[in-house]
Structures are given as structure tokens and as C-alpha cells.
Design a protein around this ligand. Structure first.
Ligand code: CTP
Length: 398
């Protein structure tokens, strides 16, 4: 959901600062990379060690830190982020921001950046209601700064009212919403992923080596551009992305039914490694060894899900993308496959064991469209997904 996004988290001082640790986790779980800045007041509530242990990087604390200045500089620190999140945003930090003060690392970064900023205020209820804070809030909103919370409730100081830091989950949702207003907002995309399992009996099945990594990365990248994603996945080894509608299936026939139920859609990306056959002689009892010889399995053809959608007479998605997993003559086979299936694009890859692609972390693909053949360099499956999602966005929005 936040794959490829870099968040700069500024942790202000206040009892609620402990929640920022949970927030780091939630942002990372959604796929974001988090860099943190801890204010002097923030250090009174959470230790730099716990923050750096969670972010897996150094915590930036000082404006005049020469090492950091040499490494990247404080201006670079905020500009390289896709979003700056201030949580908790204290009354003091908000006042500095509204006035344009820059007398410590956090306020300097906030003044020097042109990156969008999301504030999660937290303070005593009277401080929040004070006309000065409300004035500052108005100014900050006019400056285009987004605000999540504060919530109403009992506070550590014993008072009750608005001023509690929004929960980490709410802040994460606000971050996701911020990015969800991407080019694919309002578009519905079906993504199939993973292997299928074709049962032989209740305990045995025929499967393939697909991990679901590429399909999962595509779904995540499409979601990050704002698409509503229906993610139809066979029994994959990687976890499905967050923020998508996950439909778990087992067999090719289940997957086909799930795709039909998910239509209509603006686009379909068929990344699943679907079994071509199912066992028609599948037994509903475990097969036993027998003196009468070895079992003989009879096979029937599975529905071709991609072809079915690509050749729909009515209600066909505007863009249908197939994958072609080949072990030889990749380009010829994939070109023929694109024609045979009737899909708009084919993403072809060589899955011979020596490439390490099937079940691996990288992919080397060739994109075949109406306009010709593009060979992409070998890169991570996430990078392939981001590039493909960008292309899909361009195709659906022009
Ligand atoms: N596909 C599908 N339904 C099937 C088989 C394949 O939707 N029953 C889709 C895959 O998700 C992929 C594309 O078709 O997008 C090509 O899959 P692949 O296994 O490479 O091709 P096959 O049609 O199985 O052709 P072959 O086995 O001859 O290579």
C-alpha cells in the first residue's frame, strides 16, 4: 500500500510520543520506509535507541550535526521524503511552523521542505482550545498542511476533551489516503496471483513453484497509485498486500469464478501461474496404496481465465494484461500467446530454473504491446511492479 514511499517522521515531545513507535511499525507494515527525527522534547519520552531500532537507521536529532550535514544535509533529509508526518505535533511545534521559525532540526526541516506535511497534534485540551493554537491551526491548514486528529477522550494529565493523539492506525490510514489520491483513484483493477492447487484427493494436490511475489507486488503498486484492487490469490507463500480486497482461492476453477464475480473492472492483470489441468478423477477420500497397482490420474482442461476476460464481448476491461512464463523461445512464445489469448499486453519472462526467477526476488521481463517489444533490465519484482503500474495508470488515464 505504501510500497516505495519514504516517510520522514518527526516525533515531537509529549506523553503520546510512545505511540509514534507503534506508528513506525504500522507504516513499515504497509511497505513504507521510515526515517525519523526526534526533537529534544521528544527525547524525554522515547529514547533515540528505540526509534533507531525500529526504523533500522539513525535518528536525526541535531541541527548542527556535522556528520549528517556531510552525509546528506538537513534540507535533503526532508526533501527526499514523499511525505513528512509530525506525530505527535505539539502546540509549540505548530506555533513554530505557523510563524516560520527555524531554531531546531524539526522546525528547520519543516520550513525548508516542499514535501507535503501531515500533522497529528497532541496536547492538553486547554492548549488545543486556546485561541493561539486554533489560530495557528487555521494558518497551517491555509498553508496546505493536512491534519489528522486530535481525538477526544481522557488524557494523561487527567483532563477530558480533544487533544489526544490520533491512534497509530488512524494516522496510517491518513497517510494511505494521502497517497491514494493517485492517478488510479476511482479505477477498479483485478489482479490474479500465486499458484493454483489442483486436488488429487483431500490431502494431495498438483501445484507449481509460483510464490505469488510478482502478483502481490503488482497489486501493491496499483494500490499505491490509488486503484481499488481486487486481489484474487491462490495459495501463495508471500503475504497479500494491505489495503486491497483479498479473495483467497485454491484451484483454477475457483479462481475463474472469483474473477467472474469481481467483474466489471477497468483493468485486469493476470499474474497467477494457473494450472492448465485439473484431476477429473480426484477422489473425495485419501487414495490408499493398493495391490492392484499404481493410481492413474485423469485430467481435464481448466478454464483459461485470461482468455475468457480478454475475449469478452461485453463489459471487457479497457486493459487486459497477461503474463507469460516461458522456459524457451520467450519472445516468440509470448508474442503468439498474446495473440491467442487476445489480451492487450503480455509481460513475458524466462522462468528456466537457472534464472532463479520463479520463486525468486528478481524478474527480467519483456513487455509486449501493440506498439512493439520492450526489454526491461533485470530488477526486483517490486521495481517491475512499480514500472508496470505506472504504465497501466498512463494507459487508463489518457
Ligand atoms: N492463465 C489463465 N488461466 C489459465 C492459464 C493461464 O488466466 N488457465 C493466464 C496466466 O495468469 C498468464 C497467462 O494466462 O497471465 C499465461 O499463462 P501461461 O501459464 O504462461 O500460459 P498458458 O496459457 O498456460 O500456456 P502454455 O501452458 O502453453 O505455456
Amino acid at each position: 500500500m505504501l510500497a516505495g514511499k519514504h516517510i520522514l517522521l518527526i516525533i515531537g515531545g509529549g506523553i503520546a510520543a510512545y505511540k509514534s513507535l507503534e506508528l513506525i511499525r504500522r507504516l513499515q507494515d504497509a511497505g513504507a520506509r521510515v526515517t525519523s527525527v526526534l526533537t529534544k522534547a521528544g527525547e524525554e519520552f522515547v529514547t533515540p535507541l528505540s526509534v533507531s531500532a525500529l526504523t533500522g537507521g539513525r535518528v536525526h536529532r541535531d541541527l548542527f550535526d556535522l556528520t549528517a550535514e556531510a552525509e546528506m544535509g538537513h534540507i535533503q533529509l526532508s526533501r527526499s521524503a514523499d511525505l513528512v508526518v509530525v506525530a505527535p505535533a505539539t502546540a509549540d511545534l505548530m506555533a513554530k511552523m505557523a510563524q516560520g521559525l527555524a531554531n531546531d532540526l524539526a522546525s528547520t526541516l519543516l520550513l525548508a521542505t516542499d514535501t507535503p506535511v501531515l500533522l497529528a497534534p497532541a496536547m492538553n485540551v486547554r492548549m488545543w482550545k486556546h485561541p493561539a493554537t486554533q489560530r495557528n491551526l487555521t494558518v497551517l491548514r491555509q498553508d496546505g498542511i493536512q491534519v489528522v486528529g486530535p481525538n477526544e477522550g481522557g488524557m494523561a494529565c487527567g483532563e477530558f476533551g480533544p487533544g489526544r493523539l490520533a491512534e497509530p492506525e488512524e494516522i496510517r490510514a491518513a497517510v494511505v489516503d494521502f497517497f491514494a489520491s493517485g492517478p488510479l483513484a476511482g479505477k477498479r483493477v483485478i489482479v490474479t496471483s500465486g499458484p493454483t492447487h489442483e486436488p488429487i484427493d483431500p490431502v494431495r494436490y498438483i501445484a507449481n513453484r509460483s510464490s505469488g511475489a510478482q502478483g502481490t507486488a503488482v497489486a501493491r503498486a496499483l494500490r499505491a497509485l490509488g486503484a481499488e484492487v481486487v486481489f484474487i490469490t491462490g495459495p501463495a507463500t508471500v503475504r497479500p498486500p494491505e489495503g486491497v480486497d483479498v479473495v483467497p482461492v485454491e484451484s483454477a476453477r475457483d479462481m475463474d469464478a472469483a474473477v467472474q464475480a469481481a467483474l466489471p473492472a477497468d483493468a485486469g492483470v493476470f499474474a497467477a501461474a494457473v494450472a492448465d489441468w485439473h484431476v477429473t478423477s480426484a477422489s473425495d477420500r485419501k487414495l490408499k496404496k493398493s495391490k492392484d497397482g499404481l493410481p492413474v490420474l485423469a485430467f481435464g482442461e481448466n478454464p483459461d481465465i485470461l482468455r475468457g476476460v480478454a475475449q469478452m464481448k461485453e463489459g471487457r476491461p479497457a486493459l487486459v494484461v497477461g503474463f507469460a512464463a516461458e522456459t524457451n523461445d520467450v519472445l516468440d512464445n509470448a508474442t503468439a500467446k498474446r495473440k491467442r489469448k487476445g489480451c492487450d499486453w503480455i509481460v513475458a519472462n524466462d522462468v528456466s530454473p537457472e534464472t532463479g526467477i520463479m520463486g525468486g526476488r528478481e524478474n527480467a521481463v519483456v513487455l509486449i504491446t501493440d506498439e512493439g517489444v520492450e526489454t526491461w533490465p533485470r530488477m526486483s519484482k517490486e521495481a517491475v511492479a512499480v514500472q508496470l503500474a505506472d504504465r497501466i495508470a498512463a494507459a487508463l488515464t489518457t
